[in-house]
Design a protein around this ligand. Structure first.
Ligand code: UDP
Length: 372
């Protein structure tokens, strides 16, 4: 008899959801994480009453009622609505692309005028069947918006020309002929009151968690503890990179505590020109309050500049690079993973997928159901 039914490697959202559900179903679980904290990349650290998103901003949004009900068991969600601002050399534009954006860009007033302008630019570019991100972007919003609001930002974020990036990345962004600057097309949206770390801590309540525990460095001994392993680390690392490493984009954050109540008046400002070295600046307090009068009650503010970089071993991997080469290599790793009958690979790193939080939780909920 092994000591636990499940050893869960990684205390992020996939691991925490799986652990919580398995325990609720009467299983014994041990969660380990190599970091010194739980919550993976949704970890928030409290500074001067502000929950700082240490590994990048996370805004919970979903259309999945089951997932929404599930997370609401562990936290109250506030009414934050993501409406980032694009800053192109000091010109400010509303995001996602909506009537405010089109009006500022072209002076158009009606949806018909905006649609006509986009169509005209798409025709001029001669795109009929978009094959890459550049072509997809131009066919969605025209050349002007592509040049000012997409090209520089995307090339900074991904470190590759837009012509070499897959079209689907840009399809994450809505395009609307309405005056609606809610970034997400989601029925439910918000930030957990108390921060994400507290949300995950509530999920893991009553579950044994060992931090500072590196699974791959102690694999044999740790494997011996449980019947099955739920692995949420990088899939290529699990196999010792034997088919070659998968590529990721990494992000470096420069976080500052400022002695002023309001730095930029919005949670996220994207710098969409090519020259500014950071991709965006996050002002964390606006996630929590979302209302100017409340947020301004705090005399200080915390901001993070985000710099995107190519991932190198030893750094934190963030975004899988879903180009052809990496997708092919990933399929080969997945074939190896399928042979590991006692291991489930899950989450953004375990599956090498550009997952949103709700999708990660949804996958974990489904997986645990199939386990029972
Ligand atoms: N994007 C852009 N300009 C912006 C914001 C996003 O061109 O101001 C593009 C960029 O290619 C990015 C993609 O849209 O990779 C998806 O953005 P999203 O905000 O979904 O990225 P994430 O939240 O995952 O960082």
């Amino acid at each position: 008899m092994r000591k636990y039914n499940y050893l869960i490697v990684g205390a992020g959202l996939y691991g925490a959801t799986f652990a919580q559900q398995a325990r609720e179903a009467g299983k014994t679980v041990l969660v380990i994480d190599k970091r010194d904290h739980i919550a993976g990349n949704v970890y928030t650290k409290t500074v001067e009453g502000i929950h700082v998103h240490q590994y990048g901003a996370h805004i919970f949004h979903t259309n999945n009622r089951e997932v929404w009900d599930y997370v609401n068991r562990f936290a109250v969600f506030n009414r934050f609505t993501n409406s980032p601002v694009a800053n192109y050399r000091g010109e400010l534009y509303s995001l996602p692309f909506n009537m405010y954006t089109f009006n500022k860009m072209w002076g158009v007033v009606t949806p018909e005028e905006a649609a006509a302008k986009i169509e005209e630019q798409k025709q001029a570019a001669g795109i009929t069947n978009p094959q890459n991100l550049e072509e997809q972007a131009i066919s969605l919003v025209g050349t002007d918006i592509y040049e000012k609001l997409i090209k520089g930002y995307t090339e900074k974020q991904w470190g590759r020309p837009c012509t070499e990036l897959p079209a689907f990345i840009i399809k994450r962004l809505p395009v609307r002929l309405t005056f609606d600057n809610n970034y997400f097309n989601a029925l439910y949206q918000g930030i957990p009151v108390g921060g994400y770390t507290k949300l995950v801590a509530n999920m893991l309540e009553g579950i044994e968690v060992r931090l500072n525990t590196d699974y791959l460095a102690n694999k044999e001994a740790l494997d011996a503890l449980a019947d099955k392993v739920i692995y949420t680390g990088p899939i290529d690392a699990y196999f010792g990179y034997k088919l070659g490493p998968l590529e990721y984009r990494s992000v470096r954050f420069e976080t500052e505590l400022l002695d002023k109540p309001n730095f930029q008046g919005v949670a996220a400002m994207n710098y969409t020109d090519r020259e500014t070295p950071w991709t965006r600046i996050i002002e964390h307090k606006w996630f929590q309050f979302g209302r100017d009068d409340q947020g301004n009650d705090l005399p200080k503010t915390v901001i993070s500049r985000e710099y995107s970089s190519e991932w190198k071993p030893g750094e934190e991997p963030y975004y899988p690079v879903n180009d052809q080469k990496n997708s092919t290599r990933c399929q080969q790793y997945k074939a190896l993973a399928a042979q590991e009958s006692k291991v489930v690979f899950g989450g953004r790193l375990g599956e090498y997928r550009y997952y949103d939080m709700d999708a990660v939780i949804g996958e974990a909920l489904e997986k645990v159901k199939r386990e029972e």
